[in-house]
Design a protein around this ligand. Structure first.
Ligand code: CA
Length: 340
């Protein structure tokens, strides 16, 4: 279109130029001598008419171009709107899908819950979830237990380590959650189930009413890992100060919980330890303190560089001694005799 316009303009300009030259130098022309003045004026007039015609064609073309452009813009806007409508429809469909998915999950859990109430196949922990084919590690909600009067509980299940079925009861890895907490907080639990947390002494008591295995996984600041497993592990109720019983050590981290066997749980506001000292205050955690520690998994989280300077860190004497605070810890339980 632009090329055509240019050609027309060029032609117009050339015609104007010739007309002008012709008008200015009539004598030089080789036209017939008869009435040259009339002839010339006729020519100029006709040229002027042609130029006027060309100009109007040009104007018309440019008008047409404008209308075309407007049409294209309108079409683009329409397409854009259609696109947006389609996107909205897709979003709506997606949200409906996830809603349905949620409902299915809730129905599954309700089915499991009713199964819990009618059979001995109870949904107590990650092991029972695993046996119901939930085999992906992550956060799960255990339904409330009518019989025990316990509320719905969020748990983190390790479905990978050594056959899976582990309910994680403690984790240290980020270091932003303080573990210097009082009795009540250790009783109910605190922290974030995907980050650092203590599941709660009442929940640990409930989980370990069935014969349980305790597995402790440790990582130091160069990325090396060790573990300690106790083939027997149980915790008393609150009336008995969540007293710890364990036996049957295996692993490669050392048996640093044995020293804490048969001791009560202590916090800074409840000294139940076997010491003149106030171990929970000294070691700044809640734990089964003896006099005081051979391990302190709920101690202070020290970052790299500070991790060898204190005695109140996250320690496991059997591996790195009393002054080395570990980088990562996980404590997890599952029933004795669990079959993957
Ligand atoms: Ca004491």
């Amino acid at each position: 279109m632009a090329k055509v316009n240019l050609s027309i303009v060029a032609l117009g300009v050339m015609l104007l130029f010739f007309a002008d030259t012709w008008a200015q130098n009539p004598r030089k022309r080789l036209a017939p001598p008869k009435s040259p003045k009339g002839q010339c004026c006729d020519d100029v007039r006709s040229l002027k008419v042609q130029v006027a015609n060309l100009t109007s064609i040009l104007e018309e073309l440019s008008r047409k171009q404008e209308t075309d452009l407007l049409k294209v813009v309108r079409q683009i806007m329409e397409l854009d709107q259609q696109n947006r409508q389609q996107e909205a429809r897709v979003t709506e469909a997606e949200s409906k899908y996830s809603e349905i998915n949620n409902r299915v999950e809730i129905m599954q859990l309700q089915t499991l819950q009713s199964a819990t109430q009618t059979s001995s196949d109870a949904l107590y922990d990650c092991a029972s979830l695993y046996s119901k084919n939930y085999k992906i590690s992550g956060e799960y909600k255990l339904p409330k237990d009518e019989f025990l009067g316990t509320p719905e509980l969020s748990v983190f299940c390790d479905m990978d380590t050594n056959g899976g079925g582990w309910t994680v009861i403690q984790r240290r890895k980020i270091g932003l959650t303080s573990f210097k907490r009082d009795w009540k907080q250790y009783k109910g639990g605190f922290g974030s189930i995907r980050g650092d947390f203590w599941l709660g002494n009442d929940h640990i008591f409930r989980l370990t009413r069935q014969p349980s295995v305790l597995r402790i996984e440790l990582e130091d600041w160069v990325g090396e890992t060790r573990y300690a497993e106790y083939g027997f592990f149980t915790v008393s109720n609150e009336l008995n100060s969540y007293k710890l019983f364990l036996a049957n050590y295996s692993g490669n981290a050392g048996d640093s919980l044995r020293y804490h066997n048969n001791t009560n749980f202590s916090t800074f506001n409840k000294d139940n330890d076997k010491c003149v000292d106030h171990c929970a205050a000294l070691r700044k955690g809640g734990y089964w303190y003896n006099c005081c520690t051979d391990s302190n998994l709920n101690g202070v989280f020290y970052r790299y560089g500070e991790h060898t300077k204190n005695t109140d860190g996250i320690t496991w004497y059997g591996w790195h001694g009393p002054n080395y605070s570990l980088k990562k810890v996980e404590m997890k339980v599952r029933p004795v005799g669990f079959q993957p």
